[in-house]
Design a protein around this ligand. Sequence first.
Ligand SMILES: [Ca+2]
Length: 403
Amino acid sequence: MGRRLIGTLAVGAALAVTATLTLQSTPAGAALKPVIDGPDTAKRALPVVLVPVTDGLRGLTDIQTLPGAAGTLVVLTQAGVAWRVDALHGRKVKIFDVDVPTRSEQGLLGLALHPNYLKNKRFFLNYSVQTDAGRFTRVAEWRGDLAGDAPPTEHAVLLEVAQPWPNHNAGQLRFGPDGMLYVGFGDGGAANDPQGHGQNLQTLLGGMLRLDVDHPDAGKAYGIPKDNPFVGRADARPELWAWGLRNPWRYAFAPDGRLVVGDVGQNAWEEITVVGRGENHGWNTREAAHCFPPDSACDAKGMVDPIYEYPHGPLGSSITGGVVYGGALLKGLAGKYVFGDFGSGRLWALDLPAAGQPAVPTDKAWALGRFDLQPTAFGLDDQGELYVGDYGAGVLYRVRPAP
Ligand SMILES: [Ca+2]
């Protein structure tokens, strides 16, 4: 790619515009074309192509917008490297790395910039730690300029939560429109939630936490927001905002402020759920909108069902939650929630139901295509344009309309 640009530029400055177009339309490999097949043929289609931006990102785990520089992203890999990617030119620079275990779903899993990052250079990381004492999820505040040359450093540890197994660590971090940091935890791992963390309010596992990183409580690196639902209750952790989650691997806030979570299912159902204050999202009594185990007569009283679900099978086996599209290139996707499945490589878009409306039937999503892809993360650049990361091949793709 670089050789091609240099070669074209060498012909003369008059070709510089051509060279730029060539660079943007044919980076690092051929675009992936959509296949709409199987159960997706019953859906409305919005086919897209995936144009490679850059490769060398094997084990890609997170894609975040870096404000202040057009088309710039921060991309994480499971092995612990944070890359700065110039998506307009397909270039990437290693910013820093973290020494992490990578067995199963352990690793460097999520990054969130403080809402005032451009001024205070504070950001937050979610990564795995393994010591003689066991496995942990660490959420830590880091400080430094992600656009600069000096590597940032860890400033304070907010949380270090024991993880009984190496899977179901969740890993996303997001600031809400309320300025609070939302930290999702899986159920601790193995299968079927053997220790019952999902329905236990005294553990952070299986929960969505809400932390105030600007007003720390005495002796802590974060504060408990006074309006968290379990403040003052002896039988529940005050960090919890919601519970009953299995593995909220990826989640994001919609422009209307709702927290939209892709909660990975067990053996039968994948789900998208809107997580609100004090809500019980069902696991391990419910798998999406169904009793768990499937032959049980579960009591779902007080539990919140997902807004969307799909069964395991040709559609997939492991949801990767996405983002609400906010760009200009993909006109059909405006305002839609874009997500995918890690197992099938299918991408979809959903019109989020109005607040308070019930689950959307499975045929109401839009099919974007099936690709040779293991999607682990979706991201938006500063223009709201959409990217998706391939875990296995380590390629970052820009999503474009199909010709
Ligand atoms: Ca659920």
